[in-house]
Design a protein around this ligand. Sequence first.
Ligand SMILES: [Zn+2]
Length: 503
Amino acid sequence: MTTSYDHFNLIFRGGTVYDGTGDEPFNADIGITGDRISALGDLSTATANDEIDASGMAVSPGFIDVHSHDDFHVLSSPDVEHNTLQGVTTLVVGNCGFGAAPYESAAGRLGELFKLPPGVTPWDGYAGYLATIDQVKPSLNVAALIGHNTLRLDAMGDSQEVPPSIDQVTHMAGWVAEGMDAGAVGFSTGLVYEPGRFSTTDEIAAVATVSGGYRGVYASHIRNEGEGLLKAVQEAIIVGEMSGCSVQISHHKASGSDNWGAIERTLEIIEAARERGLHVSVDQYPYTSGSTRLAAVLQNGAFSDGSGGFGLVKAEDVLIATAPGYPSHEGRSLESFIKEWDLPPEDAAQKILDEAGDDVYVVLFMMDEGDVRRVMAHPTTMIGTDGIPVGSKPHPRAWGTYPRILGHYVRDESVITLPDAIHKMSGMPADKFQLAGRGFVKEGAFADLVMFDPSTVIDTATYEDPKTPPVGMPHVIVNGVPVVRDGVHTHARAGRALRLGLE
Ligand SMILES: [Zn+2]
């Protein structure tokens, strides 16, 4: 740990460094030159243009949010405050089968989250999307997955319930090739959503094979997180084995109280696949509630027989997060509408959709705390927010995921250790998604860093008041530039598009 430099742009002095490997921390100063960490060690005689006193504080790699839906949000709100203020320096967008390209299918038909902001020119494929990221320059880095639902809309239009023709599969595969060539990091599905839920395993594997040729990831919101959970995990593994992709099971959970505990079995299935040589891992947000489109909950029969992808969901466990044009609906439970309108759950949900349109999002309380902890503690689990920062009462995970793990689950509950938590938030996802030069604190790596106080860091976002930043996390650096300083966003736009395997 010596250096030939004696002057830096920025030095973190006296911090405890958690380097992203999962190893025990060490004390070191961190010297930054340009966009890189240029020295690590005792820099007490060195000078710098800018210094941060890190004594008593933890300094770690910036967090990599492996499960983001901010594909368009990074363009319309490029400060991306909900993420940057909680220490996130890189997003992996394009999850659950919803991607940013081809543009027409992404923006035209997939709702409010996927609207192009004014002043940004539409792109065609992923080369264009990633170029647009570099042009707009959000405050953090963006890596992209290619979304199956989006490609299926593009290939098949409105005739979604039939299998695709050979030509239509070729059309989808062509877009995956375009995306992977452009630097996308893999391919995603969302098999509880339309149109993906009409697809077969063979179709998915055929299209995913293109991603496998680049050693890309297959990330899946699996077909069933309720009573069909085990089969759905097995399907994701089969797609990995058929396509050559490494597998990422998104927001891993057992949904619906009848299915709680099934996580023990899924983790065994995952471990067995890893022993066979398949790289399978999962991600998680640290809450017992999820959030999704109300239309999808209804389509999956969650209020009737519970055999669909969400299991059985009780109306009192559903909160309206976002209802375009009906802000007074937001924050209310579905149960309250059932009483007011004297309708059964399905009809009340349908009435809300009829009034407010398809872009209604809900928060669903459907997980077991024991399962959440079991998933968190598993060595294959990394962290993602699954944030959907729209409407007035979005799920608090969009603002609170990382500080909630560091404060609640690491410090207060000892579910995982701090070095392990940092590894799950940085080094592990950087390796999985082939984000070269990211995810670790070491000489030569990109200077994506976060400083926090392990004794005070905590989330403050709640279901009632979900858009609040954490405490105890004062500084966030992206590519050597402070984007959060003393807990305040600097409006620096230091992010860039990340391309598979390239620095
Ligand atoms: Zn999902």
